[in-house]
Write a protein that binds this ligand. Structure first.
Ligand SMILES: [Zn+2]
Length: 160
């Protein structure tokens, strides 16, 4: 915030912004992230375990299925998976990953984008996989069992 003086001598507070559009987008993404996490973490501690409805999608974007994984001990989120079964190629994965970049940039836990499987047979199907946060990875193919054991390890090793 900066304090400025109006021509009439009043003092006013206004946000100090270098690039209003970029910075506001950042703030919105950060606040949205924290609110969504807080809602889910709170719901995780409710006796009935109800999960609040997800935040409204950004206009013009399709709402993607998201799964949050709360820690089994403290209830804080340890990981998030974003499912995009319509992403059937590495290019699709990268392009969607780019569009989600702003959405996940403040995620304090790992986020993966999960795309289409390479087989109809779930026992052998490997899904296109791309880590989005905290660092961007490369697109690769992975069976869900591997992701599941990684999620269990994140839970095990969570610093509560
Ligand atoms: Zn924990």
């Amino acid at each position: 915030m900066v304090v400025t003086e109006t021509p009439s001598g009043d003092t006013q507070l206004r946000p100090y912004v270098k690039d209003p559009v970029e910075l506001n987008k950042d703030i919105v993404a950060l606040v949205a992230q924290q609110m969504a996490d807080a809602l889910i973490e709170h719901a995780g501690r409710q006796p009935d375990g109800t999960i609040p409805s997800p935040p409204a999608p950004i206009p013009g974007t399709k709402l993607l299925e998201n799964t949050m994984f709360p820690c089994s001990r403290c209830g804080r989120i340890t990981a998030r998976l974003v499912f995009a079964p319509e992403c059937a190629s590495e290019a699709d994965m990268l392009s969607l990953g780019e569009r989600l970049r702003n959405d996940v940039r403040y995620a304090p836990y790992p986020v993966w984008l999960i795309g289409a499987p390479d087989s109809e047979d779930d026992s052998v199907a490997r899904h296109l996989t791309l880590q989005l946060a905290p660092v961007r990875g490369e697109v690769y193919r992975e069976h869900p069992d591997k992701m599941n054991s990684r999620l269990m390890e994140l839970d095990d090793k969570h610093h509560c």
